[in-house]
Design a protein around this ligand. Sequence first.
Ligand code: DON
Length: 303
Amino acid sequence: MNYQELIDGAVDAARTHLGHGKVADYIPALACADPNAIGMALATVDGEVFQAGDADQAFSIQSISKLFTLALVLAEGGDALWRRVGREPSGNPFNSLVQLETEHGIPRNPFINAGAIVVTDRLLGLTGDAAESVRQFLRAESGNPELATNAAIAASEAEHGHRNAALAHFITSHGNLDNDVDTVLRQYYEHCAIEADCRDLALAGRFLARHGIRADGRRLLARSEAKQINAVMLTCGTYDAAGEFAYRVGLPGKSGVGGGVLAIIPGRGAVCAWSPGLDPAGNSVAAVAALDAFTTASGLSVF
Ligand code: DON
């Protein structure tokens, strides 16, 4: 399979979608991203990397970080997490408050903000520093020691994070956070505001394509746990657009409001596409289009 040709073709096809989305501005520091940027990278299970467009331009990984917090919690703490967070699609926006009340402070899944806040709380309890654990993991898997949090973006999120604060306080009122709200939110913003490029994220996602095996050959997750994370990505990773994403792309995927989408091709590799313009569900229009073009042309899919 000619991966380079496929990635080049996917980025070219997706360029026609540039300008169709809206750059996230509810976090003011994200609003200055270039809406015409687009990049894509594929890392194979053997560590070969193919890339196109702006694949080495760093962006804010945002909710893609939730994938790594979940993996680290399952690796360190096992199944106990699932008593505190569900694994069903929410059918609601990623920052919605409505289900938490009827569901007694147990978030629907680990990828909506409410669920990710609980996962961050658990990772903080397990490691003492959730954001640093994510940074170290990403640096190790990508081989890029420079990966870091953009402090200005984390501060901008905190300053405008009223919905997340409401979620965290509500969860606390149900006894589902172990640490205090401010500490958990600070850690959550710190891992969301990590900057990485498509190449870094494709390399960092490979452990899910390798059924739980890290870049250095050590096992992070049992094979069945890697399967479980991929399943939750497929059903919940792109929020209330997960059905449409599964229909078009046919791979487990996790998006972020920085415009990145990381998708896993089990047994083959990981592919990350990025472009800042978002659809109303908070997923990048051109990145999803690039992944759609890639899987359509290659036939690579879990289906
Ligand atoms: O908490 C937030 O709203 C952001 N830090 C992350 C949201 C996000 O990336 C949603 N993904 N598409």
